[in-house]
Structure formats: C-alpha cells, structure tokens
Design a protein around this ligand. Structure first.
Ligand code: PRP
Length: 201
C-alpha cells in the first residue's frame, strides 16, 4: 500500500480501481461488442490517460483510439467555464460509435462541451465513461452513461489526477485533507509517496 502522509489519505487503492475497471470494461464490451465498425475510444488528456490505458486493455473487442486535449478555465468571479480545444481528434467520427473516456467529471463543463462538440459531428452513438463522478460539484447537468465511483467533495490526486502537475503517477487515488497546506507546499506529499528518490539529490 502507498504510504500516505497526514495531509492526504487513501481513497481508492489501486487494486480497487483495477477491479472496478474490469467491470466497466465488461459492460462496455457487452454494449459495443457487435457494432458494425470498431468503436472509437476518445481519451481526454492528460488526466484520463492512465484510466484509458487500463480500461481499453479490459475490452474484449477490436477498438480504435484517439485523444483530445481541452483547456478550461473559469472567468473571474463567475461559474461560466470557458472551454477550448487544444488538440482535436485526428479523424472523422461520422457514423462511428464514440466513447468519451474521462478520469473525473466535476462541474460537468468539460464533458458538456465535449458532448456538444462531438455530438455535432454526427457519430452513430456517443457515450461517456468516467472513473470518478463528483456529482456534488456539478454545475451543468450532463448525461453520463457509466462511472466507476461516486466521489465525495474532496480534492483527489493520483492515478492521473494531479496537483500542479504532480502526483499523476501515484498508483492509488488519494483524498487531500489539507488542501491549503498542499497549496502552500505542492511537494508536501513527495517524500511520503516516493521516499528518498523523490528528494532532489
Ligand atoms: C480534469 C478532468 C476533466 C475535467 C473535469 O481535467 O480530466 O477533463 O478536469 O472537470 P469539470 O467537470 O469541472 O469540467 P484538467 O482540466 O484538470 O486537465 P488534466 O486532465 O490535464 O489534468
């Protein structure tokens, strides 16, 4: 088990993530296993790349993959998120069965934008699967066909999820209990999670 320092605690251990991902993979295989063309799995960079890589290897069917990168920020003083495409899909999705793969749905702004954008390109079907669903934070109601875990309103890191670019490669998902302390010292968890190898030599 990953050693966890006081400001964070283990929320979803790696084994629990992997077990749930196998179930999601079986569900997707059952739903999409007999589509005319291999479905297109779309990973949303960067956070979902870890979940994406594990999920697609549980699918017992041929698939195609592509990636998008989205930039989002909230205008100061408002809750209206502004989202734009940094990297688009490489191919046409007209007539394809498309699955958006997210690591987390929080406010819903990103997924809502992706659904509207990809839906306008006339796919045969469009689904979204997320590992974590933080429904309590939702601003925009957005359809979500499949999710791994309902997640409480805590800041999470690990398994793709970052704080200021750090901690994506932690195998477990951790809940940050003291976000103010981490904001003050973003490397706070490094030594407990990575030991001396995380300390600059
Ligand atoms: C995260 C996550 C989703 C989005 C969800 O991405 O991967 O794309 O936030 O939040 P929302 O529901 O409030 O829109 P982030 O912008 O942190 O980028 P990253 O994946 O590169 O870390």
């Amino acid at each position: 088990m990953t050693p966890v320092d006081e400001p964070a605690q283990l929320l979803f251990p790696h084994a629990q993530l992997r077990a749930r991902i196998r179930e999601l993979g079986a569900e997707l295989t059952a739903e999409l296993g007999d589509t005319p063309e291999p479905p297109l799995l779309v990973g949303v960079l960067k956070g979902s790349s870890f979940f994406f890589a594990d999920l697609i290897r549980t699918l017992a069917m041929p698939i195609a993959v592509d990636f998008m990168s989205i930039s989002s920020y909230s205008a100061a003083g408002t809750q209206s998120g502004v989202v734009r495409i940094v990297k688009d899909l490489e191919g046409d999705i007209t007539g394809r069965d498309v699955v958006i793969v997210e690591d987390i749905v929080d406010t819903g702004l990103t997924l809502n934008y992706l659904r509207r954008t990809l839906g306008a390109r006339h796919p045969r079907s469009l689904r979204a699967v997320t590992l974590l669903d933080k429904a309590v934070r939702r601003i925009v109601p957005v359809p979500l066909e499949m999710s791994g875990f309902d997640t409480p309103d805590v800041f999470v890191v690990g398994y793709g999820l970052d704080f200021q670019g750090l901690y994506r490669n932690v195998p477990d998902i951790l809940a940050v209990k003291d976000l103010a302390r981490l904001a003050n010292d973003p490397k706070l968890l490094v030594s407990s999670l990575f030991g001396s190898s995380g300390t600059p030599g």
